[in-house]
Design a binder for this molecule. Sequence first.
Ligand code: M6R
Length: 612
Amino acid sequence: MCGIVGYIGDRPAYPILIQGLKQLEYRGYDSAGVSLLGEGMSVFKKKGKVSELENHIGNKKLLATAGMGHTRWATHGEPNDINAHPHVSNNGHLVLIHNGIIENYAVLREALTREGYTFTSETDTEVFLNLIEAYQNKEKLSLADALSMALSQVVGAYAIVVADDRNPDVIVAARKQSPLVVGMGNDEYFIGSDATPIVRHTNKVIYLKDNEIAILDRNEGVTIKDSKNVVQKPHIEEISLRIEELEKGGYEHFMLKEIHQQPQTVSDCMRGRLNNQEGWVKLGGMEEYGGLFENAERIILAGCGTSWHAGLIGEYLFEDLARIPVEVEYASELRYRNPVIREGDIVMAISQSGETADTLAALEHVKGKGAMIYGVVNAVGSSIARLTDAGSYIHSGPEIGVASTKAFTGQVTLLSMAALWLGKRRGTISSSRYRTLISALARIPEQIAETLKVEDQIKYIASEMTAYNNSLYLGRGYNFPVALEGALKLKEISYIHAEGYPAAEMKHGPIALIDENMPVVVVATNQSAYDKILNNIQEVKARKGTVIAIVSNGAKEISKFADHVIEIPETAEPFSPLLSVIPTQLLSYHIASLRGCNVDQPRNLAKSVTVE
Ligand code: M6R
């Protein structure tokens, strides 16, 4: 949550910061602010989006060559101008932006109040900032040392950038459980909560590690210190992110672009890992731990939101193809349980951002209990990618829309390859089925492209669905998680209440909701449970519900009962979610768009949930 950008160099900082904030807006959009350091310090902040901050600043001449910017996803204190970052300390010299939560801020606030400190906002950030000031005042410390002392007093997760207008040649940053990236330009340095605001200036970056402090000095360059104040040798990496990847490319929204990118992103995920002609699939990270995977007693898949749904499909895949027992865990629950984890278990963490606080914490929680930890991650170099023992990137490219689409199909593609590889290695899948499934998986990108052609029909269905306030999504087997995912997508971007259910569970409760005001989306591409789904559809129709059925081409029977039938290409059942999810993504997108919702930045949400 919250986007952070900082700059120090010889160019005017403001355009760099504002451009960076626009790039980071997907991380939070409750308020935005910048601070510039040159002769003195100036701070501008405004509730709402970066564009509102820009309007507020207007044509002011801002030539300072150092500064920081923040886009906020509110945790402590409502979104308003006062709670917006940056915050300024009591003596007016320190300025700070922060991502994360200082859990013990109430105690610190009390202690500081007793010392005479006052607070204008309700934020934990302002408390922390004044703690730094207090250390500076009491112990006459440099900014970096005062920050280090203050950090030793706080409990929580943070990424922080702080500066002192009495020394505008230095910006200091620190992180714990919240990402920070330092960009290394030519005599200019950047800081970002991810690489997106940095990439147009330099591709050389340092990913700060937990508890490290970075000192960006205009004259002396970048120094990294650990929590014991020991200077670290920085590991400078080259990133391959391209600016075009961060732009909408002619689409109205990032989400729509990302939906349409899926033929390419799924193909990218398979590149070098699946060879249809030669009939093999392999994943480097898994091969490295081949013995462990082969003899695994259990696989635990952990994630949140859409990534958790991908995990549910992983459960079907691993059990079906590799015959290994699987458990799927909400990371947010796993982290607070006392789970039984043994040697021989494999914990697979699924995350687009690689920064989700709950998933990271769940991994920390199980680490050291004997299981091997494997990451299925999109964001290269992210915290989860670095915490795991091994892993596979899904190679979906930056996903900017808050609603996850291409990352979901990337995750499911990766898990499909993993299950196939493991099934072959464990001898739980016949050679002919292995071969057939490889061919089926290889065809998925072109079949996604084919599936996307239903968009016009979906626009029409969407125009009918905008009027409803509720909807139900049903699916069975491999497509039950698609029902959950379809419902999540609809509610998060259109604010229509939606629930996903295994179709057979409908008659155990939700059927009571069905009447002429309840559209029901039925994912009915399964070959195995086709007749049963047909029954479920009839049960809905008998109660006057409107049925929108997603079926494989030629499913004639269902069209007799459903109000709308969306036909998509047929594939092998284990991979059917990769196709059936596409119409659900398009449906949510078009309903939300027709309802005038902010599709890419739905209310109350942020792209990466780096707080609990
Ligand atoms: O980055 P992650 O995959 O770890 O994120 C997990 C969830 O926060 C995420 O999938 C969320 O549910 C999306 N907004 C769903 O579209």
